[in-house]
Design a binder for this molecule. Structure first.
Ligand SMILES: Nc1nc2c(ncn2[C@@H]2O[C@H](COP(=O)(O)OP(=O)(O)OP(=O)(O)O)[C@@H](O)[C@H]2O)c(=O)[nH]1
Ligand SMILES: [Zn+2]
Length: 287
């Protein structure tokens, strides 16, 4: 009998699929390899005799970390220690926009530095931003944002991602430790993605030991698409003098005009220009 289920974890060629009968350990049918398809965490799978026989159509997919059907990405950024790297953050946000994954920002360590400028910068660009620290945790608000969604947690080492996850879901940390023990490896030596079901509904995808830089390397955006990955540009795109405006140096550019009027933040535009330069290096055959 064919059953449907969500792939919770993929490790060493095994897929752990949550079905009505509980978590099944499955292999993938050989035809996937022939077709060059890899089942991903987050996929809805059809399973028969502990074999994944079909994958339902995906809403989106990421290569690094490997995951599918993500609703949002929770970007954890510290206000200080380490200082935020806006270029990296904007790169990640652009990739999410490209893949239709909603970026949500959590600014941590606001006890060290209030980080108000950072919150304001991204709020004014149109993102949901929540701050958190040892003093004001905003746990309820953040949990509310995660309800019924499949959320990927992204954060560079040291920003306080683990601290935040533990504070949000004390019970989730326990589960992580147990699973790692069964597999006989430490949490930080594995590089797989895993979905954790949330008490209120929804899932968190965590990637132990994952650094954000990898994501940007693998999911590049073509230069013509880049303008659509900066949400605060959208209102102005049709108003440039030149149809093929790159919004960097052109006369009569409505985006540049908006920056001049203080409606678009300069640092976001700087990130756009850097990504544009990167995109120009993508060779025709790499597309
Ligand atoms: N002052 C302050 N320190 C914090 C806060 N949150 C976390 N820290 C500290 O920041 C350091 C890093 O926190 P972690 O939660 O381990 O960071 P991480 O992002 O999970 O880092 P990795 O485990 O390396 O990926 C620890 O020393 C924490 O105690 C905070 O809100 N305020
Ligand atoms: Zn323009």
């Amino acid at each position: 009998m064919i059953q449907k289920g969500l792939i919770m974890k993929a490790i060493s060629g095994f897929y752990y699929v949550e079905t009505a009968d509980g978590l099944l350990e499955c292999k993938a049918k050989g035809v996937f390899r022939k077709k060059g398809i890899t089942p991903l965490v987050g996929d809805m799978a059809e399973v028969e005799d502990n074999t994944v026989v079909n994958i339902l159509p995906r809403k989106n997919e990421l290569l690094r970390p490997p995951a599918a059907n993500l609703d949002q990405a929770l970007m954890v950024v510290s206000a200080q220690s380490p200082d935020p790297n806006l270029m990296v953050l904007d790169k990640l946000i652009a990739v999410c926009e490209y893949k239709d994954i909603e970026p949500v920002l959590v600014v941590t360590k606001t006890d060290l530095c209030n980080g108000e400028w950072l919150c304001e910068l991204y709020r004014s660009a149109g993102f949901t931003v929540v701050s958190t620290s040892v003093d004001v945790d905003n746990v309820e608000e953040i949990r509310g944002l995660l309800k019924d969604k499949l959320t990927l947690f992204i954060g560079n080492t040291g920003v306080g991602k683990s601290t935040l996850l533990n504070r949000l879901f004390p019970e989730l940390n326990l589960a992580t430790a147990e699973i790692s023990e069964k597999l006989g490896r430490g949490r930080h030596t594995t590089r797989h993605v895993e979905l954790y079901p949330l008490p209120e509904g929804g899932f968190v995808a965590d990637t132990p030991g994952f650094s954000t830089v990898e994501l940007s390397q693998y999911d590049r955006i073509l230069k013509g698409d880049l303008q659509h990955c900066f949400r605060e540009f959208q209102d102005y795109l049709g108003d440039c003098k030149f149809l093929d405006c790159s919004h960097r140096v052109e006369k009569g550019c409505a985006v540049l005009e908006a920056i001049h009027e203080g409606k678009i933040n300069v640092s976001r535009h700087e990130s756009y220009c850097a990504l544009y330069e990167d995109a120009m290096k993508i060779k025709e055959w790499e597309k």
